[in-house]
Design a protein around this ligand. Structure first.
Ligand code: F6R
Length: 641
């Protein structure tokens, strides 16, 4: 949802979670279940609408879903609880005050149609002016409300032209409506006179369909309906989908019959529950060994070679590559930075890592021989999607690393390697990061193998090490009590710095990012060698500095340099928290707190060294009383630029 006032240039954009249900059961409880699973996408307000007995019944509330649930309980309306067709929405706004009145669903002035929306209606001001000129009075400041009034008008006009009430009338009304909209949107709508249908439209915003038995579902992602069905349909751009208890009908915006791509979800509802942990984030941290094992599953031949079945690029395509760009945002970008070290070392190809939001604005030089690797957990990040499209326009080949089946980024890429991390519900990325690293390693090894720059036994040796990481990680996770205690101890720190070299540098960035987003503390990651060029001035008596020490078994000089950097900060009063591998005894003398990780080959070390930093951030945040799973101002899936 976005509110925009083009006259005053006040723009409020949002990313949201969307659910729709039609079938034999009361819609409300199914929609609320779905919203609970989607709340990570936004938690500024929530609302539901149900068709029951010739009326659209709505309830909506600013704040978290719990506020809506309380309002529903207080209202105790038997109609809203019973209706078999419903939609629900949970919203996130970048700025502007979320209120009850701006919460979705929005109902048309005639009370016939309720609409929920994720995305941006760019021509909102013009449409609003047109509607107001015809006497429509707006009840909110949102762009979404335009869609509700437009749809109601189209449906009315179709009825007047003689089209009989029924699902098809609603679908045609939606097609006519979306043809008038500019921008990006997923819209879901219900109509009082079509009580057994939900219609949706999708352009550049996520939407998947769940196929049930005598019931069907729509949602921003499959976790919303996984409890009810694991059969899903991925939609293309510019499609309208109509669900009724009896079926699913997909058309283009022009009405032409179209098809979606059916897929089966290979994880179950329990994967989207907390399973006894206080937070999803803790559960997801604990799931990392399994997530790595699952991401490796089926990707290694009996001879230890890498097999990437889902990659629809020929070996010749990969041999023709002369340059690689890795593009991503946030944590996924940090994974890309690790990948650069691995790919340049193994494949011997130039590799640049770019923030997706910056990529296309600097006129990057790309052609058919450029391989662009986009990394995205959600597969919906708008910055990354726009960078992908820019790369494709310039004929580069795009390979996506993604965790979300049916999402836009993999669908628009030439090839995809799915990380099999399962659903990541906590807003802060943890298992997605480690599985992205694994996917990057696999791609690097695959390229090296196909291009003949690594011998099979060299590839096999790395693969063997990768396969042993889940066990090492389990051991590491069992020994995190001291890190938790340290976290509680650091809860009053005002700043925490992180330093590392080589692959330890992106780990430092990731550690700082986790702390910022969860604990709302000043935290910064630096290349350890850069510190003396300025940031060392930040260090004061007792400033905590987390130091990621490279393995002494790698380039000894690199490890020794980091040890020197630790001494430099210590000499200036820093409290050093040193992450070093087992057996590296010399570092103990420079550590106020020593965190041991299992010995791992240099390039694979981030699979270990990141984990204590995730736990540290989680513990500090919870000690400071923050909602670890839903940090303020954030959303899981950033579908605006
Ligand atoms: C941080 C975090 C974000 C995401 C970023 C990209 O914990 O989760 O920085 O990594 O928004 O998201 P995806 O990977 O979905 O494209």
């Amino acid at each position: 949802m976005r509110m925009t006032d083009e006259r005053s240039s006040v723009r409020v954009t949002a990313m949201c979670g969307i659910v729709g249900y039609v079938g034999g059961r009361p819609a409300l409880s199914i929609v609320l279940d779905g919203l609970r699973r989607l709340e990570y996408r936004g938690y500024d307000s929530a609302g539901v609408a149900v068709v029951e007995d010739g009326t659209v019944l709505t309830q909506k509330k600013a704040g978290k879903l719990a506020n809506l649930e309380k309002a529903l309980a207080e209202a105790a309306d038997p109609g809203i609880a019973a209706g078999p067709t419903g939609i629900g929405h949970t919203r996130w706004a970048t700025h502007g005050g979320p209120t009850d009145r701006n919460a979705h669903p929005h109902v048309s002035q005639d009370g016939n149609v309720a609409v929920i929306h994720n995305g941006i209606i760019e021509n909102f001001s013009r449409l609003r002016a047109e509607l107001e000129a015809t006497g429509v009075e707006f009840a909110s400041d949102t762009d979404t409300e335009c869609a509700a009034h437009l749809l109601a008008g189209e449906v009315r006009a179709l009825r007047e032209s003689g089209l009989a009430d029924g699902p098809e009338l609603l679908a045609e009304g939606m097609r006519r409506t979306v043809r008038r909209l500019e921008g990006a949107f997923t819209l879901l709508a219900i109509d009082v006179r079509v009580p057994d249908a939900v219609v949706a439209a999708r352009r550049n915003s996520p939407l998947v369909v769940g196929r049930g038995n005598g019931e069907n579902f729509l949602a921003s992602d499959v976790s919303a309906f996984i409890e009810y069905t694991r059969d899903a349909i991925e939609l293309g751009q510019d499609q309208v989908v109509l669900i009724t208890p009896a079926g699913i009908e997909i058309t283009g915006f022009d009405g032409s019959p179209q098809e979606g791509k059916e897929f089966h979800i290979d994880w179950d509802a329990s994967a989207a529950e907390k399973g006894g942990y206080d937070y999803f984030m803790l559960k997801e941290i604990a799931e990392q060994p399994q997530a790595i094992a699952d991401t490796l599953l089926g990707r290694l031949s009996d001879r230890g070679e890498i097999v990437l079945d889902e990659v629809r690029l020929t070996d010749q395509d990969l041999r023709d590559v002369d340059k690689i760009f890795i593009i991503a945002c946030g944590t996924s970008y940090n994974a890309g930075m690790v990948a650069k070290y691995a790919i340049e070392h193994w494949v011997r190809l130039p590799c640049e890592v770019e923030l997706a939001s910056e990529f296309r604005y600097r006129d990057p030089i790309l052609d058919r021989s450029t391989l662009v690797i986009v990394i995205s957990q959600s597969g919906e990040t708008m910055d990354t999607l726009m960078a992908l499209r820019h790369a494709k326009e310039q004929k580069a080949r795009v390979l996506a690393i993604c965790n979300t089946n049916g999402s836009t980024i993999p669908r628009e890429s030439d090839a995809v390697l799915y990380t099999h991390g399962g659903p990541e519900i906590a807003v802060a990325s943890t298992k997605a990061f480690l599985t992205q690293l694994v996917a990057c390693y696999l791609i690097g090894l695959h390229l090296a193998q196909v291009r003949g720059v690594m011998y099979a036994d060299e590839v096999a040796a790395v693969v063997e090490k990768l396969q042993s990481t889940p066990d090492s990680l389990r051991g590491l996770l069992d020994s995190m009590e001291d890190v938790r205690a340290l976290g509680r101890d650091l809860k009053t720190a005002s700043t925490v710095l992180f330093i590392g070299r080589h692959v330890g540098y992106p780990v430092a960035l990731e550690g700082a990012l986790k702390l910022k987003e969860l604990a709302y503390m000043h935290a910064e990651g630096f290349a350890a060698g850069e510190l003396k060029h300025g940031p060392i001035a930040l260090i004061d008596q007792g400033t905590p500095v987390v130091c990621v020490v490279p393995s002494p078994a790698g380039r000894g000089v690199m490890r020794d340099k980091v040890v020197s950097n630790i001494q430099e900060v210590r000499a200036r009063g820093a409290r050093t928290i040193v992450i070093a591998e087992e057996g590296d005894d010399d570092v103990a003398a420079f550590a106020d707190h020593l965190i041991r990780v299992p010995a791992t080959p240099t390039l694979l070390a981030p699979l270990m060294t990141t984990v204590p930093l995730q736990i540290l951030a989680c513990e500090i945040a919870s000690a400071r009383g923050h909602d670890v799973d839903q940090p303020r101002n954030l959303a899981k899936s950033v579908t605006v630029e």
